[in-house]
Design a protein around this ligand. Sequence first.
Ligand code: UDP
Ligand code: MG
Length: 318
Amino acid sequence: MKTLRLAIVAPCYNEEDMLPLSAPRLVALMKQLMSDGKIAQDSFLLFVNDGSRDRTWEIIEQLHASEPICRGLDLSRNVGHQNAIMAGMEAAIEGPEGADGVITIDVDLQDPLECIPVMIDDYYEGYDVVYGVRSSRESDSFLKRFTAESFYKLQAALGLKTIYNHADFRFMTRRVIGELSKYEERNLYLRGIIPMIGFPSTTVEEVRAEREAGTTKYTLRKMLRLAFDGISSFSITPIYMILGLGWIFILIALGMAVYVIVSLVKGSVAQGWASLMLSIWLVGGIVMISIGLVGLYVGKVYMETKHRPRYHIKKRLG
Ligand code: UDP
Ligand code: MG
């Protein structure tokens, strides 16, 4: 088997604190892998600058100048983690000189580098996808761990085929990335799509480390967005839940009808104002929730039909 031409893609958003620490480690690892003959000499690192407002891009430029195996991709604005990864992977495999396989890793290196040689071994064994799976999240705060794990469980309950506790630390061959590019959706949720592609895959257990510098770039807002994209892009279960709720309310309304008829027969009609008002509000609320939910899906359809480009590349190094 031909030696693997590997690209390691790392998305960076305001990572001026972390990048100077992680880049040398990634470079050292690449050189080690090259001298071990595990990867080809023209393998490279690709740092994707996701519209940072700090010195991240300047640092990437300096890295490229001093270490030719460091390449850079500068996106015109912040498009979010998922789209930044996609931009990096597509750029990495482009052209005849493109990579045979790509490993995506967050630049904070919370996912251990020791897993990378294992992923490469799995590639030589014939796997197209190797998922990094977090076996321990002890270093994460209780809140982060709780929200992340509940999210994975909720996804499973809603029928999404995802890999439990796998984030975006993974190896993929060129052909899988080629297939992935055929998914034109804008609400990109890689963890949901990749298992659907279905090439030979395996997992590598990892222990997630603490972030050494800088703070998390996943604000609560970004996290909620990812969670909503993850669920609404792959599952219509929430719509069925609303339907179920609708049926329950129809049953309640039937009960109310019986009550009203009985009151009429008894001749005590003028009352009932309270129960009427109550049901108007309740039904109104339910209708509004339903319309809102349908609206969210319609909004997604609207966005998808635009077929907008996911990102714009401003500059390329190497
Ligand atoms: N990131 C990005 N764009 C964003 C937010 C984050 O490219 O809009 C990158 C960030 O630089 C990091 C990775 O995505 O390399 C994961 O972010 P972070 O480590 O802050 O998330 P956490 O590990 O806390 O979930
Ligand atoms: Mg992180």
